[in-house]
Design a protein. Structure first.
Length: 174
């Protein structure tokens, strides 16, 4: 039996492994990083968090425990976020298993999104928060992780796929 949507499964598997390995490395290494003091914007609380400047003031590894989603949306609603991670994962698995054979960009996009959803879902179910560590300070972007990156890249892949389908259908119509 030939596995349908093989690229989808490979992409998802690779992203889950890459995400979990990088997060585990960060958690282990962060114990030796310098602590920085920040004032939390929402509460005004002083927070000490480990950071490792790779390019000072531009890009750091900063260990953050995020109990929300992107940009800390739904912060503190861990049960809802667990459910959403699981639901998205199950829907994407169902599409790959029971839907049609997907085109290249669709397989890649959905695979990246599934890998990211599972990677962050593992954190939510085991730790009750998501480990974030990629800190682009030059543009003052929220700290994120590999799973988040590949969810975004997956969306770009799906956009590419939709543009290709639009171009193909417009060439066929008179």
């Amino acid at each position: 039996m030939r596995l349908k949507n093989r690229l989808f499964w490979i992409a998802a598997f690779v992203i889950v492994i890459l995400d979990q390995v990088t997060k585990n490395q960060v958690v282990s290494a962060a114990k030796s990083w310098q602590l920085e003091t920040i004032i939390e914007s929402k509460t005004g609380n002083i927070i000490y968090r480990p950071t490792l400047p790779l390019i000072q003031g531009i890009f750091h590894f900063t260990y953050v425990k995020n109990d929300g989603a992107a940009w800390s949306i739904l912060s503190g609603h861990i049960d809802l976020l667990r459910f959403l991670s699981l639901a998205v994962s199950l829907v994407l698995i169902a599409v790959a298993c029971f839907g049609p054979a997907l085109h290249f960009w669709d397989q890649l996009g959905y695979g990246f999104i599934l890998g990211g959803a599972i990677g962050n879902g593992i954190d939510r179910f085991i730790l009750s928060y998501v480990v974030d560590f990629l800190d682009f300070r030059l543009i003052n972007f929220p700290v994120f992780n590999v799973a988040d990156s590949f969810i975004s890249i997956g969306i770009v892949c799906l956009l590419i796929s939709s543009f290709q389908k639009t171009e193909a259908s417009s060439r066929r119509s008179p």
